[in-house]
Ligand binder design. Sequence first.
Ligand code: 8YV
Length: 335
Amino acid sequence: MKRHHVLVAMPVFAEVLAQLGEHFEVDAPCGIRDTVEWTPETLTARLQGCAGMLVAGTPRVDAALLAACPDLRAVCSMAVGYNNIDLAACTARGVLVSNAPDVLTETTADFGFALMMAAARRITESERFLRAGRWTHWSYDLFAGADVHGATLGVLGMGRIGSAIARRGALGFGMPVIYHNRSRLSSEAEQQLGARWVDKDELLRCSDHLVIVVPYSAASHHLVGAAELALMKPGATLTNIARGGVVDDAALAVALREHRLFAAGLDVFEGEPALNPDLLDLPNVVLTPHIASASLPTRRAMADLAASNLIAALGRGPAAGKPPTALNPQVLSGA
Ligand code: 8YV
């Protein structure tokens, strides 16, 4: 029987490629160290004749790409955020889309907490000082930072990852937790997490450490901009592990420079991998290259889940037709 062709549009584990090879003719032009971002034209050319594609947080999959790639039937992402994929356009064309929730929740929450702590306790700033050979004296206020334990943790976006961060704060660090989310958790869930819902302004005003975990969409673009930053305490920190664009990076850089905010931790940026150059000059911001989910076991679980979705969407095995984390399963059921 003729095998489907699939494109793996990112570097991925050799074991995952081997597994896909058992089911498909695999085009995997990205070497394990190849970080080249394709243009839409290159991606379109690569996708000709392909029924499926494995992606991560890039590239952009939109109506124009789908129209130019009529054989495409499944787009399976190893990321949980899928703002790079136009889900409505895929559904309209009968293209199955899947993401990778759950498998990265705890790893990403660990990182969010680490980034928040690094910003609060000035870890990277003080390390740069030490490495530069400038540690010649002791002073009571040498790199004095903001306490984390007992401080108020604010979570903007209380989904799986937000909840995992809230748990860490409440149980591990004795932090009162407040959160804002469009939909409120049940009172049992709030009790379990020790978290209290507040409106967005109160969240901004009362958080000592604000962690942002909302998905990116047109509605969340610059959800935290100059006006929102102006509400925050001057001694507070802001951590963004959501998506570039949720925070107005230019406004954030100004607030940090003027010490209207104590510090920030950023793993995601507007226009990444490029970033606002103003951020690079600031001592009070910790910058990391979108690695919140990057532990090898978790990245492997994310890739395995994406591959399982692709195999179930296009393959003929026992799970055929039932991709485990499909976002639009109706396209397969014909509903
Ligand atoms: C990915 C992420 O590593 O899952 C997500 O939504 O942001 C990360 O875990 C990233 O999308 C890869 O591009």
